[in-house]
Write a protein that binds this ligand. Structure first.
Ligand code: ZN
Length: 451
């Protein structure tokens, strides 16, 4: 009798006296910080090693994600096949005279010929200098070295990245038009150290493909000084790689059905693949465990979402967005109301950026005071993310978690992007923040009008 009364009281207290929003959020953050579930999952994921699409590591990561999400309380967990490239890095070496320089091939680069390339190096500061020298025929047979640094004056380092990434993406293709035999960039990093940073490049429709690599920022600085002293000295460059064609991999997807509008979908996502130089802890292991962890926090709370919560761990963001494109195609007839991506690292969150109309943004901004105690203040309309950006549903609000960006490009796509570089508390505050925004938007129906 007593226990019946007690359970009746519990029933009344959880169902009639709804917790205040402050309390719901406080519970998410408390839980996340005390349990550190995202951080523990990140440790398991990183233990697999690098997860470049098409690799053994990526296959293991798919299995791990499937098994882990199956152990949670989702209504369904499934794999979605995705065709991905399979490019494999080989041995790499750069020597200027007898001095070795830290170098790595850019993703998708062709291999240097047997024995490597030995040629003079011409440093250019940007594409306009490339064009000037190229038109004079001065790049014929040379290794072009783009010494274009990420600009330090940007407060958000992603802006510096957007400004400089064209040299990585198109540098080799443009240099080949002037007869260069290889192309090197200064790594896209805001720090001076000796770790080269990789990333994708394109050949577009060039006649002659040439290898493309990246020097560490330290090597770039050193080489720049040496080239002024000894411009005729040659560099040996060996960047071996193999293109193994395409193979099948998977997006890993899990749904928690909504109680009132199960057909309306709210996506949380990150990409499961990483570059091959490290464990991809920040990029984007953090985004995967943020998404899984936010779902776990919601499942562990008294919150019953009205809409379906879907976690999507995308395969191959880094090498062509194949997972996101496939997801968008396969779900084009489903109703997405929200898709939030975390692909900017596991650092302390500053807020969220959205890709929506200004009226909807104003509605979302009403939640901002609830986040201030946790240090999140940024609620802007400055884009979402590469993976969720593929969703074509006009009714969807797209968004991205915006962590502090000062240290992200220290480790981005380099051997330094490891588990030890992630702070458990900063990561968990990100997880709780995602759970919080989803709860609030769902509870207050903060979506675009559905047609
Ligand atoms: Zn990423």
């Amino acid at each position: 009798m007593r226990s019946l009364l007690l359970s009746l009281l519990v029933f009344i207290s959880t169902n009639i006296f709804a917790q205040s929003d402050e309390e719901v959020l406080r519970d998410f953050y408390t839980h996340a910080l005390e349990e550190q579930q995202s951080y523990r999952w990140l440790g398991e994921l990183c233990a697999i090693g690098p997860r470049l699409a098409g690799s053994e590591g990526a296959t293991e990561a798919v299995k791990w994600a499937m098994k882990t999400m199956e152990s949670m309380n989702f209504d369904t967990v499934y794999l979605q096949p995705v065709e991905v490239p399979h490019w494999v890095r080989g041995e790499e070496e750069a020597r200027f005279g007898r001095f070795p320089l830290s170098v790595t091939a850019l993703g998708g680069s062709i291999s240097t010929p047997e024995g490597g390339i030995t040629a003079q190096v011409v440093e250019v500061s940007d594409f306009s200098m490339l064009d000037s020298l190229g038109e004079l025929g001065l790049l014929e047979g040379k290794i072009v070295f783009y010494n274009y640094p990420m600009k330090q004056h940007y407060i958000k380092t992603f802006h510096a990245y957007s400004d400089a990434v064209k040299y990585r993406w198109m540098g080799a293709a443009k240099a080949s038009e002037y007869g260069a035999v290889a192309s090197l960039i200064r790594s896209l990093s805001t720090r001076i150290d000796d770790f080269p940073h990789t990333g994708t490049m394109t050949y577009r429709d060039v006649k002659t493909k040439i290898p493309g690599g990246a020097l560490s920022t330290m090597a770039a600085e050193w080489l720049s000084v040496q080239l002024k002293r000894q411009p005729d000295k040659k560099m040996l460059l060996r960047l071996e790689s193999e293109d193994k064609g395409r193979t099948t991999s998977y997006n890993v997807i899990a749904d928690l059905y909504g109680s009132t509008y199960p057909e309306q979908i709210m996506v949380l996502g990150g990409h499961l693949d990483s570059w091959d130089l490290a464990e991809g802890a920040h990029d984007d292991g953090a985004g995967c465990v943020h998404s899984m962890g936010a779902a776990q926090l919601i499942m562990d709370s008294d919150v019953a979402l009205k809409r379906t919560l879907r976690v999507v761990l995308y395969m191959n963001e880094e090498f062509g967005l194949d997972g996101a494109r496939t997801y968008a195609q396969m779900t084009h007839d489903q109703r997405h109301v929200l898709a939030i991506e975390s692909d900017a690292g596991g650092y302390i969150p500053r807020g969220f950026s959205f890709d929506t109309d200004s009226i909807t943004l104003e509605k979302i901004r009403r939640f901002q005071p609830l986040f201030l105690p946790y240090g999140l203040f940024e609620f802007t309309n400055q884009g979402s993310g590469a993976d969720v950006g593929q969703i074509q549903d006009a009714n969807a609000i797209l968004g991205g978690l915006r962590p502090e960006s000062q240290r992200y490009f220290d480790v981005h796509h380099a051997a330094t992007d490891v588990y030890a570089a992630v702070n458990a508390r900063e990561l968990e505050i990100g997880t709780a923040s995602i759970a919080a925004i989803v709860y609030l938007m769902d509870f207050y129906d903060t979506f675009k009008p559905q047609d």
